[in-house]
Design a binder for this molecule. Structure first.
Ligand code: FAD
Ligand code: DLZ
Ligand code: SF4
Length: 519
């Protein structure tokens, strides 16, 4: 093939209908896929995350070849692999002498910075195309955000409902309300468990990748024993089918519930496949809508699911590009504590945290409310430095890419942006965890004890957090009223809370950063 178009496809762009492939002819195109050391180690990703991405990439390359495309696939261990996207594109330019490079923009700012240098580096035309797998373009988000002080998901979400027509009757929301979240906070009843979901046995390609990961990334966090992720489009579709059939009806009601040892409950477990590009987010929402129209799932479940995708997922992506690069270093609450060691080891007597960290280690997954109200909430209350928390969340989850992880961690969980994204910090005492889970009944700490030995640490930490951020939070109309409760306690009780929190905080062993980054 003389002077073809070179089409680099990144590890999270595994979509047959990608803008850079759409409309191209097979006899005029070389698709380039690259396993590179830089991507696998810029943080020390969970072993399952690397295995998932490499396996999905290798399967996708196979799918493209079977469909007649020429794919130049560089494996991590191939001789001469330069270790970076730019280095590998340079080598591919040598191999193929392309007349142009066509590429879909990267999901992450870090990678896009490197790609932006390619037009100057390479002696051929470089065309960067928008990633139209998202419903809102970056420009659309920017226009919406323009002139707004606070960027609330709820209003953006309504725009996305209007744009897609999902759950709309004319210009009104189906059922009369835009957001049925109030119906989606059912505590778990005794013995709550969800129907089994399909687990995908590693095939030959995945087994080879698992071996590679054990060999090259053996010191990374996490276990590979339970690798069950969908790695192909067909498997991802099967996972989606069973979610819609079996779990969507209860998805809404139990969205915020947590049960010890029940790692997924009624969640879809589709984020890894959506983020890799194996599933189309809009298609999933349309299927959810159909389940409602067919009477298979109630509106609160379907609206809740659709909101997570065309609301939160789209919104955090727009927010990320709107706020970068400043969001990476935002620390409006001036949090300075090191990340506690137990985030890596799971060794803590706090049963809620221990269970969420176990699931994270074994599955490279924890569900949303575990991430937000247990793992995130603790880091917020304890005042852990945002960069350390960001690194942790980026490392440990198989669905983690900075564009989605960073807004969730820095802005939603840690309030590090000072409230651009969230109207108040999601701070909560042990009460919330006790209401929404079965963790507390068997914990070494007592959730009903507020201070002193044996009291649930979240209780005193909550008031310590409120007290130390009074200047910033007292005027917040959603949370400020809490200070009248604090004031009514009287000085002695307040001192007990503050001392309990201080006594607990000094026991926290900070982790070294070598878990997250290669030093
Ligand atoms: P479900 O509960 O079934 O939700 C359906 C889909 O909605 C998800 O698959 C996901 O695509 C989308 N979604 C739901 N909530 C969010 C959200 N807050 N932001 C963006 N999309 C959302 N999600 C990631 O994909 N990658 C991350 O790195 C990530 N980091 C997070 C960090 C923190 C601190 C928090 C609080 C949330 C984070 N999330 C992240 C969002 C959410 O927790 C996961 O998308 C979800 O747990 C994935 O499991 P699921 O597919 O079963 O989701
Ligand atoms: C996360 C990741 C890893 C671990 N390895 C690779 C890789 O070797 N090759 C690749 O193309 N992509 C990888 N990825 C995903 C990329 O980091 C992701 O595509 C970019 O961050 C998007 O900006
Ligand atoms: Fe977590 Fe406190 Fe409940 Fe223990 S008592 S599980 S630490 S919330």
């Amino acid at each position: 093939m003389s002077n073809p178009i070179l089409v680099p496809i990144l590890g999270d762009q595994l979509t047959r209908d990608l803008a850079s492939i759409r409309g191209r002819t097979k006899n005029d195109t070389v698709i380039l896929m690259m396993e590179v050391w830089d991507e696998a180690t810029y943080v020390k990703h969970h072993k399952q995350k690397i295995a998932l991405i490499f396996s999905a990439m290798r399967h996708f390359a196979q799918e493209l070849r079977d469909a007649g495309w020429q794919v130049d696939y560089v494996k991590l261990t191939d001789e001469g692999n330069s270790g970076s996207f730019t280095g590998e594109v340079a080598r591919a330019v040598e191999r193929h002498s392309p007349r142009a490079i066509h590429m879909v923009e990267a999901g992450e700012w870090r990678v896009q910075q490197a790609i932006d240098e390619w037009p100057d580096k390479f002696d051929c035309e470089v065309e960067i195309l928008p990633d139209d797998r998202f419903i809102a373009s970056k420009a659309e988000f920017r226009d919406w955000a323009e002139g707004r002080e606070a960027l609330r998901m709820e209003y953006f979400y309504r725009e996305m409902r209007r744009k897609t027509g999902l759950l709309m009757e004319g210009d009104k929301p189906v059922g009369g309300q835009w957001n049925l979240d109030a119906e989606n906070r059912k505590p778990p009843k005794d013995g709550l468990s969800a129907p089994e979901r399909p687990k995908f046995e590693p095939d030959e390609i995945t087994r080879a990748v698992i071996e590679l990961v054990e060999d090259r990334f053996g010191d990374h966090f996490g276990s590979l024993d339970r690798f069950e992720w969908p790695v192909t489009r067909d498997q991802a579709e099967e996972a989606a089918d069973t979610f819609f059939a079996d779990r969507l009806p209860d998805f809404g009601a139990y969205q915020d519930a947590m049960v010890h040892g029940e790692d997924d409950l009624f969640h879809s477990m589709l984020s890894t496949s959506i983020n890799l590009g194996l599933l189309d987010p809009l298609d999933l929402c349309q299927r959810a809508e159909k389940a409602y129209e067919d009477g298979h799932a109630p509106l609160n479940s379907v609206e809740g699911f659709i909101r997570q995708i065309i609301g939160w997922r789209e919104y955090v992506r727009g927010f990320y590009w709107h706020q970068m690069p400043g969001l990476q270093s935002a620390n409006k609450l001036n949090a300075q504590r090191g990340l506690p060691e137990f985030y890596w080891t799971g060794e803590t007597d706090m049963r809620c945290l221990a269970d969420c960290i176990r699931s994270t280690r074994d599955n490279a997954h924890a569900h949303h409310i575990q991430r937000l109200m247990v793992l995130g909430n603790f880091a917020l209350l304890a005042g852990v430095e945002p960069r350390a928390v960001q690194d942790w969340f980026l490392v440990v989850y198989a669905d983690a890419y900075e564009w989605v992880e960073l807004p969730n961690v820095a802005a939603m969980v840690l309030y590090a942006d000072g409230g651009k994204l969230a109207s108040k910090p999601y701070a909560a005492s042990g009460n919330y965890i006790n209401k929404m889970s079965n963790y507390c009944s068997d914990c070494a700490y007592s959730v009903s004890r507020k201070t002193g030995a044996g009291a649930c640490p979240f209780n005193a930490l909550y008031w310590h957090f409120m007290h130390r951020h009074r200047d910033r939070l007292e005027s917040n109309h959603r949370i400020g009223r809490i200070y009248s409760t604090w004031d009514r306690m009287g000085e002695e009780r307040q001192r007990e809370y503050l001392e309990s929190a201080e006594n607990f905080l000094v026991t926290l062993e900070p982790a070294g950063n070598e878990w997250a980054r290669n030093t």
